[in-house]
Design a protein around this ligand. Structure first.
Ligand SMILES: *Cc1c(COP(=O)(O)O)cnc(C)c1O
Length: 389
């Protein structure tokens, strides 16, 4: 029989990380001392107290059954409490909070609730791939919003044509930003809200990195800004803050009608987050400040080792105030793919080519600070020897 993939799979952009992935496997198999700064996945284990809570919860048969619904009342209350204490945002746990199997679950499925075939979605470029793939799966089309260095990696709303604005139903945003490490302020969100109101565009703010910040900088929540709840939702995740990427737990919060739409899609696709994971998540959220006080100085130190090291040798890169990414313009004579390849071939370092995040990522590579400071110092040494001597 002939197996034919659906257009929605065929039409996804080619998996640009594939080539680098194959090259990495080859290098590792050949016994080369690879330093992997490719994937944005914390290298530190989940804190012990969260693991212990999970172990306890797994042993209780009451937690073994379907966890149907929006998340337990206790988890949604804990998520609302955390938003209140962290951002001063009041949420109704009944209507404004939805538990997710990681924020990717919510981001990827959200368009199914609001996009009809032919509708358009404003997607940051470079950006996290599910903004586009979720759009495509719903039969929609992505309008890329270039994030340029001269605009602080914020989209320029003034260049979005009236036609494009009229056809677009959703705008995705992500600050602090993956992959650029950029942050945004209240004034920017204010402009976004005005634009959304004027053009009836739903705003999906991805706050995955609001808790990973340095030097006293406190990223804001989209929902802190006047009018945000009228136009949008925020996706949040325990993945990065608590080293819980494998656990699959996150949340969507904000406008109750938007939350209800996403909840309806999810009610038909999954049967909830494992109750034991929800119980462990409450323990995590209740101790967020403690975990941040432990993790953020570690990332700040790593960032300084890499960024200062690169700048000292003449590779000029910005020092991010938040996220665990360093977004580095490629060296003269390289494009993104060639830079990533050369880093691997000449220095045994894995970095992600920026064009893997969209066409405007061309000309950059992304380093993830997911290795210890000694390995990052070693990476700096190798880069100096390979490219600056
Ligand atoms: C890592 C990441 C997430 C979190 O994904 P989960 O599904 O919650 O693990 C969301 N958005 C961005 C931009 C990310 O980089």
């Amino acid at each position: 029989m002939t197996i034919d993939y659906a257009d929605r799979i065929k039409n996804l952009p080619p998996y640009l990380f594939e080539e680098i992935d194959i090259a990495k496997k080859k290098a590792v198999d050949a016994g080369r001392p690879v330093i992997d700064l490719g994937v944005g996945d914390p290298d530190t284990p989940t804190p012990d107290f969260i693991v212990r809570k999970m172990q306890e919860a797994v042993s209780d048969p009451a937690n073994h059954r379907y966890a149907i619904g929006k998340g337990t009342r206790a988890l949604r209350a804990s998520m609302a409490d955390w938003y209140k204490s962290r951002f001063g945002v009041t949420l109704d746990p009944e209507t404004e909070v939805l538990a997710l199997m990681g924020s990717k679950d919510g981001i990827g499925h959200f368009p199914l609730a609001f996009i009809n075939p032919g509708d358009e979605v404003l997607v940051p470029d470079p950006g996290y791939p599910p903004y586009n793939s979720g759009t495509v799966f719903a039969g929609g089309r992505s309008n890329l919003m270039p994030l340029r260095e001269e605009n602080g990696f914020l989209p320029d709303l003034s260049v979005i044509s009236e036609d494009t604005a009229r056809r677009s139903k959703i705008m995705h945003l992500n600050y602090p930003n993956n992959p650029t490490g950029a942050v945004c302020d209240r004034e920017f969100y204010g402009k976004v809200i005005d634009f959304a109101r004027k053009n009836d565009i739903i705003v999906c703010a991805d706050g995955a990195y609001t808790e990973m910040s340095f030097d006293g900088y406190q990223p804001l929540s989209f929902l802190e800004v006047e009018g945000a709840r009228e136009v949008g939702v925020e996706f949040h995740s325990l993945s990065k803050t608590f080293n819980m990427t494998g656990w699959r737990i996150g949340m969507a919060v904000g406008n109750p009608e938007l939350i209800a739409g996403l909840a309806k899609v999810k009610a038909n696709l999954d049967s909830g987050v494992f109750t034991a994971v929800q119980i462990a998540a409450i323990e995590a959220l209740d101790n967020a400040e403690k975990v941040k006080a432990l993790m953020n100085p570690i990332y700040a130190e790593r960032r300084d080792v890499l960024v200062n090291g690169l700048n000292d040798m003449g590779w000029k890169v910005n020092k991010p105030k938040a996220t665990f990414y360093v977004w580095a313009p490629v060296l003269d004579g390289f494009d993104s793919t060639a830079m990533a390849k050369a880093l691997l071939e000449k220095a045994d370092i894995i970095a992600t080519p920026g064009n893997g995040f969209g066409p405007s990522g061309e000309g950059y590579v992304r380093f993830a600070l997911t290795r210890g400071k000694e390995q990052l110092a070693e990476a700096v040494d190798r880069i100096r020897k390979a490219f600056f001597s």
